[in-house]
Design a protein around this ligand. Structure first.
Ligand SMILES: Cc1cc2nc3c(=O)[nH]c(=O)nc-3n(C[C@H](O)[C@H](O)[C@H](O)COP(=O)(O)OP(=O)(O)OC[C@H]3O[C@@H](n4cnc5c(N)ncnc54)[C@H](O)[C@@H]3O)c2cc1C
Length: 293
């Protein structure tokens, strides 16, 4: 699934621009350059973008006093199924189990396949590690759910399933840029996937960062990155806080879970749509304004 997208991006670059298998161990800023350190690295650049994901080693090095990530206590299995069998109607939205806090969501893909995720709370060890056994276990916990859940789980090839514990930063970073170094994506603002915004924010970061750096000379880079930080930190910080609240809300069980459902049904559609639109609204002037500076 990732390959065509990666190829599309890589094809736009000069040959050799992407080097895989290069472990970066540290960054050192001297004489208006950032030196990228590692056994296979020999790069010095005007600016470096740190995008080393959830367990970012470079984030920890840049912000040693920051507590880093915490686990949410929830695991997610994810996969793509070939599609729903004829006659099985898809369940809308995300399904939540008031007894266990388990969840299931699905999204149709352009090629007819269906992406799904299924979560559980507690320990990784309560679920079998072997993928076919894991699918059976997920199915057994959801026997009385909407029929599309069993259909998705039974038609998914076992080798397709990936499991991850969802994590988030304990608190937002104090800055998304330090001198000539900018952070982007999960390295900058990992949040639980409750809003479906983690990768979306990485793309927004990239757009704003590219605009901020477009006309910057070597000497202007730190100022351009400070502009990127000012533009991105309020939005990503707000989404991180919202993801935390949403995670708390969506994992309520028993009477609290039922009260949540009643409350959510009472929210007028117009209000819910406005809130969702605000979540999706990247500041379109941001990229242009940064480019002009
Ligand atoms: C269960 C789940 C569901 C999700 N659902 C959604 C969703 O619906 N919508 C959405 O937008 N997002 C979603 N996300 C979030 C999304 O997956 C992440 O936000 C996104 O993948 C982050 O991309 P990234 O490039 O920042 O990090 P990554 O994709 O983690 O990439 C980091 C890269 O850095 C490399 N690296 C790490 N350390 C080093 C090093 N020292 N030297 C060199 N390279 C290094 C790694 O090998 C990796 O290639 C979900 C996440 C989870 C766990």
């Amino acid at each position: 699934v990732g390959e065509p997208a990666h190829a599309l991006l890589a094809d736009a670059l000069d040959g050799g621009a992407v080097r895989t298998g290069s472990d970066v161990t540290g960054l050192a800023e001297r004489a208006q350059q950032v030196h990228v350190e590692g056994p296979t690295s020999d790069i010095a650049a005007d600016a470096v973008v740190v995008a080393d994901g959830v367990r970012s080693r470079l984030r920890a090095a840049l912000f040693p006093a920051h507590p880093g990530i915490e686990c949410s206590g929830e695991f997610a299995a994810r996969a793509t199924a070939p599609g729903l069998p004829v006659g099985v109607t898809p369940a809308p939205g995300e399904l939540l189990d008031h007894r266990t806090g388990d969840r299931v969501g699905r999204m149709p893909m352009a090629d007819g396949r269906v992406y799904w995720y299924a979560t559980w709370r507690g320990d990784r060890a309560v679920a079998p590690a072997e993928p076919a056994a894991l699918l059976g276990w997920l199915r057994a916990r959801r026997t009385d759910w909407h029929p599309c859940v069993a259909a998705l789980l039974s038609t998914t090839p076992a080798g397709e399933v990936h499991v991850a514990e969802t994590t988030r930063l304990v608190r937002p970073l104090p800055a998304l840029a330090v001198g000539r170094i900018a952070l982007l994506g999960d390295a900058a603002h990992v949040m639980t996937p409750d809003l479906g915004q983690g990768a979306c924010q990485a793309f927004e970061d990239a757009a704003i960062l590219a605009a901020a750096l477009e006309h910057a000379t070597t000497v202007e880079v730190p100022r351009a990155l400070a502009g990127y930080d000012a533009r991105r930190r309020p939005r990503t910080g707000a989404l991180m806080r919202q993801a935390r609240r949403t995670n708390r809300l969506l994992t309520l069980r028993g009477p609290l879970g039922r009260t949540r459902d009643v409350g959510m049904r009472l929210i007028p559609t117009a209000l819910a749509t406005r809130a969702l639109a605000a979540q999706f609204r990247i500041d379109p002037g941001g990229a242009r304004a940064s480019a002009r500076r």
